[in-house]
Design a protein around this ligand. Structure first.
Ligand SMILES: [Zn+2]
Length: 388
């Protein structure tokens, strides 16, 4: 039985690392027992595997998983994944960072030897590195604090590499704070978490790209087998070309709409609904500047997700029109506004807002005869059951 502690870099990065850890452990041993407990922005992960097996699990994942094989042996991500996962204009550099991190994991045992050499100076270094010690980020040596992972420069006892925005949205160069460096283990695990457990929506044209990333965060202790089910929701990706530019407008999707869209097109299950979840949504934009692209974080937002999840679950059961309704509304500005009102009503449990949302939706549907029946009794029943 061992306990692992995520490092405490940031709520987003730690959530992704937590998913990376459970993905690697479950890939190594599907029958292992793993539980996850959130603690502020960090997580405590408990498992019946021992320390040696955890080291093996990280290495095994890097050698045998589909994701890692693609990166390490083929040196690539499939084209569609490049669009969703990597910052525009910086794809190759980011990809190289990811490949380097996964390559590092394939030979973790030799890294262990290197770290052991330093153990004479820092007896807890290996435990820190593998998250068994609750302080992965720094070490106190002869009364001095030494930063290891999560710093603004590369020099460290740890093998560090720059953390790009999709896994460390707080670390952009636009904020004039410089690059943020994480150890290669944190980087590889965070990208694994992002790949399997985030939902992503991209809207773009030749000069601008908006990337919306959504991750669920459990709010209490949860079994990893339940967390793994989130892949069914997270694997949904949307790509839209010029969705609003046709109208000569530059509309950013409100963050509050993102979980509704992803839940509508993804699959939820009863086991997930029995738990409390938070939605974390972060948005960044890439803008073309000269021959290059500049990417910046626009926002990071969080919402309680349970009422929204229950609504979507029931609406799908009570109505055959629900998915079509959401899909049709998500195609223009008025529809997106109506979906925002609906999401807000459900998340904040506001009945007045719910009436307003249904009025807005009816108004939009009344413009098109074929669509008027899409907002049916089943959908309305699902919403009122949740809020009353
Ligand atoms: Zn690290």
């Amino acid at each position: 039985m061992v306990t692992l502690y995520t490092p405490g870099h940031h709520e987003v990065t730690d959530t992704l690392i937590m998913y990376g850890i459970i993905e690697t452990i479950k890939f190594y041993d599907p029958f292992s027992k793993v539980s996850v407990t959130p603690l502020g922005e960090r997580f405590i992960i408990q498992t019946n595997l021992d320390k040696h097996e955890i080291l093996n699990a990280f290495e095994y994942y890097a050698k045998e998983s589909w994701l890692s094989k693609n990166l390490v042996y083929l040196g690539n991500l499939p084209q569609t994944l490049r669009i969703y996962m990597l910052q525009r204009g910086n794809e190759n550099r980011q990809l190289n960072n990811i490949i380097e991190s996964f390559k590092f994991l394939t030979d973790l045992k030799s890294i262990k030897q290197q770290l052991i050499k330093q153990l004479r100076k820092y007896p807890t270094l290996l435990d820190k590195f593998l998250y068994f010690n609750d302080n992965h980020k720094n070490i106190i040596y002869k009364g001095k604090l030494i930063e290891l992972c999560g710093k603004r420069s590369r020099s460290s006892a740890y093998p560090l590499i720059v953390a790009n925005l999709p896994i460390a949205p707080f670390g952009g160069t636009m904020q004039q704070v410089g690059s943020y460096y994480l150890c290669k283990l944190c980087i590889a695990l965070a990208w694994t978490g992002l790949f399997y457990f985030s939902g992503r929506i991209i809207s773009r044209n030749d000069n601008i790209q908006y990337t919306y990333i959504h991750i669920f965060k459990p709010e209490s202790t949860i079994d990893a087998n339940t967390l793994i089910m989130l892949k069914n929701i997270a694997q949904i990706n949307f790509f839209r070309r010029n969705p609003f530019r046709k109208m000569g407008k530059d509309i950013v999707l409100p963050s509050v709409v993102i979980p509704l869209l992803l839940l509508t097109f993804g699959e939820t299950s009863g086991a997930i609904l029995n738990r409390n979840w938070k939605s974390i949504i972060y948005v960044f934009t890439g803008e073309k500047k000269g021959i290059g692209w500049r990417t910046a974080l626009r926002s990071i937002k969080t919402f309680q997700a349970n009422t929204l999840m229950s609504f979507v679950e029931r609406a799908k059961i009570y109505s055959n029109n629900f998915v079509r309704l959401i899909n049709n509304l998500s195609k223009d500005e008025d529809g997106i506004n109506a979906l925002s009102t609906l999401s807000e009503a459900l998340i904040y449990q506001d009945i007045n807002e719910l009436y307003a949302a249904f009025r807005q939706i009816n108004r939009i549907l009344s413009n098109n005869k074929k669509q008027t029946k899409l907002l049916d009794k089943g959908i309305i029943k699902a919403a009122f059951e949740i809020l009353t």
